[in-house]
Design a protein. Structure first.
Length: 356
């Protein structure tokens, strides 16, 4: 389909408020990129700049090597699917899907073939004579996607397309988008605040905070090797646990606990002996063991897993995601161990990945 090169893009509004800072990304042909982050982090603004719906304050945007920074949105050969379906209520599904091609005055036979082909891909063939009001939210979102497919654009852009759907429909439509991507082999950029969407859809994730890119990588890279405390806390559900600890030889000493370091972990913390760092542990990496104790404050049985919440010490809380159905009661004393640790510099909040 297309390559997209986003080079040092900024967005500064007229009131001198900067929403996006030095955004850089090379999107490969056929890649599905997901921009994720909390509300107000600049992800939708970035997508709108790519689409041409927002002016680019600085930097360059290249599509297949051609600079389109100043190219109007209608001439960028991109199709955008919005959070609101933006369907015409007085038109049939067929007419909605054909609308952009009709405006271009394409041959009616060509339009008919393209609409039927898109409807077949999206399972909408039996719905073409209905009005949008007769369809479910998930079906309407598929119509919005179909309207983009018939245009055969170089790049598909999705701006939080599932946020109006209930949980069940979100899961089903998410799977449809993934199948659509694999079938079309299309270049796509997708914006969401939902980390589950990001982890399940993306070839690569761009994690943003306050207008800045925090990390770019595969879902596994962001989950297993987060670049800083923000990425570690945003990616993963339940969120990562964080503890203030001091490196003392081959041990980490925190409030209410002390745990040993493996030789590899000790080598990674070279230069930090005697210093305070932030220890990060995902709930699924806390297991029943003997490293430290916690007083259970709540537990939630989820079938295959049990979430256990506890106080390690005054002001120090921990969440464990244990395998199987556990029967912890409030007030119980539970013994745990860490089987995977992440280390972060206390001052920079960046991950500690090697000796200093």
């Amino acid at each position: 389909m297309a390559t997209l090169n986003i080079q040092h893009i900024d967005k500064i509004y007229d009131n001198n408020v900067q929403a996006v800072f030095d955004f850089n990304l090379d999107v490969k042909d056929g890649e599905l990129i997901v921009l994720v982050g909390p509300s107000g982090c600049g992800k939708s603004t970035t997508l709108r700049m790519v689409a041409g719906l927002e002016d680019i304050s600085a930097g360059h945007l290249l599509l297949d090597g051609k600079d389109i920074t100043q190219t109007p949105a209608k001439d960028r050969d991109m199709a955008m699917v919005f959070q609101s379906y933006a369907l015409y209520g007085h038109m049939t599904i067929y007419e909605n899907m054909a609308f952009s091609l009709t405006l271009r005055k394409e041959n009616p036979n060509v339009i008919h073939k393209k609409v039927l082909a898109a409807a077949e891909i999206l399972g909408l063939t039996s719905q073409l004579n209905k009005k949008p009001s007769q369809l479910s939210g998930g079906q309407r979102q598929r119509v919005a996607m179909g309207r983009s497919i018939v245009r055969n654009p170089k790049v598909f852009l999705f701006d939080e397309p599932l946020s109006n759907l209930d949980a069940k429909l979100r899961g089903a439509t998410r799977r449809e988008i993934l199948l659509l991507h694999k079938r079309l082999q299309a270049t796509m950029m997708y914006v969401t605040h939902d980390q589950t969407e990001a982890l399940t859809l993306a070839d690569r994730i761009v994690c943003m905070s306050m207008g800045h890119v925090q990390q770019v990588g595969t879902p596994l890279e962001l989950y297993d090797d987060p670049a800083n405390v923000f990425v570690a806390s945003f990616i993963g559900l339940p969120p990562m646990n964080f503890f203030d600890v001091k490196v003392e030889g081959d041990r980490l000493v925190g409030k209410g606990f002390s745990v040993g370091l493996t030789p590899e972990e000790k080598a990674r913390l070279k230069g930090y002996d005697g210093r305070e760092i932030t220890l990060g542990v995902r709930p699924e990496n806390i297991v029943e063991g003997s490293d430290f104790k916690a007083t259970v404050t709540n537990s939630e049985n989820l079938g295959m897993n049990t979430l256990v919440y506890g106080n390690v010490a005054s002001g120090v809380k921990a969440t464990a995601k244990l395998k199987g159905w556990k029967s912890y009661q409030v007030g119980d004393t539970a013994s745990f161990s860490f089987n995977r640790k992440h280390f972060f510099d206390k001052e920079t909040t960046n991950a500690i990945r090697g000796g200093k």
